[in-house]
Write a protein that binds this ligand. Structure first.
Ligand code: BDR
Ligand code: CA
Length: 314
């Protein structure tokens, strides 16, 4: 048996971030979670840092270390998404306030120290929110960039357009300058855009199967997703809202669920109309360097089977 893959989850929970963290908790044979780093995004940093610890405690994982990171984007004012996630970012179930402490080290320094102390090419970065923390780490310590095994992110959209503006997906829109740093860094990137996540609808039937697990974490997750969906169901008129962030962890567990293409991606940072857009050269019409594997297709039933199977192990 191969050793579990070492990962850091960088996140702004967020109900769908919570689902991604739970998917990692349910997969200890494949994934060794070195730490969770939090960033401002869906809600401000104090709340994302609180929410990450709530998820750990809900799943009886007080051993996981949670590090707070950047409280604002690299060069802009923070934009949040309470209209989607609710006031706390985890609206839906009644959840206890966390008692486990935050680590005293800053998330950016934890990322740097971990990449320097672990063997080169063994740590995978999983980003579920704006890319601020990782961009700051890359700028502060460029020596860590070639040590990253892979950076798997939820972010961007191309054929599907955007979800916060017609052109931009939320995570990239919040901190386009950070995204520009990452896509220009040379780190191997796997990108899970809206093109994939909009195929992953948490339908009533899928939520019923999740609820049937019967455990406290599964029950809370169903209540979170029911809350999270109400906005998207109204927006897209579909049976269930898209589930974004667990795609990152699902890719590490079962890459064969996804199909995409290695191509060039550039980030728009200047245009007022399209700021935060991920400009994907899907058809290779430029000679720009291919810097990311952009996923476009997903086996939705396989994805939900995996999610439900792993949630049942928590
Ligand atoms: C992304 O934005 C956030 O609202 C979600 O948590 C996800 O990471 C989807 O655009
Ligand atoms: Ca997120």
């Amino acid at each position: 048996m191969t050793a579990p893959r070492k990962i850091i989850i960088d996140t702004d929970p967020g109900q769908d971030d919570a689902a991604a963290i739970m998917l990692a908790f349910g997969s200890p044979a494949e994934l060794e979670l070195l730490g969770i780093t939090t960033v401002a995004g869906n809600v401000p940093l104090t709340l994302t840092s609180r929410n990450a610890r709530i998820i750990c405690e809900l799943c009886d994982r007080r051993d996981v270390r949670v590090f707070a990171g950047a409280d604002k984007p690299v060069a802009r004012k923070l934009v949040t998404a309470e209209h989607v996630h609710g006031k706390t970012g985890l609206d839906g179930p009644t959840l206890d306030e966390p008692v486990m402490p935050l680590q005293t080290q800053h998330a950016v320094d934890f990322i740097i120290d971990t990449l320097r102390s672990e063997a080169a090419g063994t740590v995978t970065l999983c980003t579920l929110g704006p890319l601020t923390n990782v961009a700051l780490a890359f700028q502060k310590a460029p020596d860590i960039i070639p040590r990253v095994a892979e950076l798997v992110m939820m972010g961007g959209g191309f054929f599907e357009g955007g979800n916060i503006t017609p052109a931009a997906e939320f995570n990239i829109y919040v901190d386009p300058e950070a995204a520009e740093v990452i896509f220009g860094s040379g780190v191997p990137i796997v990108m899970m855009p809206l093109d994939v996540t909009h195929r992953l609808l948490a339908s009533k039937d899928r939520l019923r199967r999740m609820a049937a697990i019967g455990t406290a974490p599964a029950k809370a997750m169903v209540e979170m997703l029911e809350f999270f969906e109400r906005f998207d169901v109204e927006k897209y008129g579909s049976d269930g809202g898209p589930l974004h962030d667990p795609t990152v962890v699902a890719y590490l567990l079962k890459p064969e669920l996804f199909q995409g293409r290695h191509c060039n991606v550039e980030i728009e940072t200047k245009s007022e109309l399209t700021v935060g857009m991920t400009v994907v050269d899907w058809w290779h019409v430029t000679s720009r360097k291919r810097n990311a594997t952009v996923m476009r297709f997903v086996d939705a039933d396989g994805f939900f089977d995996l999610l439900i199977e792993r949630f049942a192990r928590i």
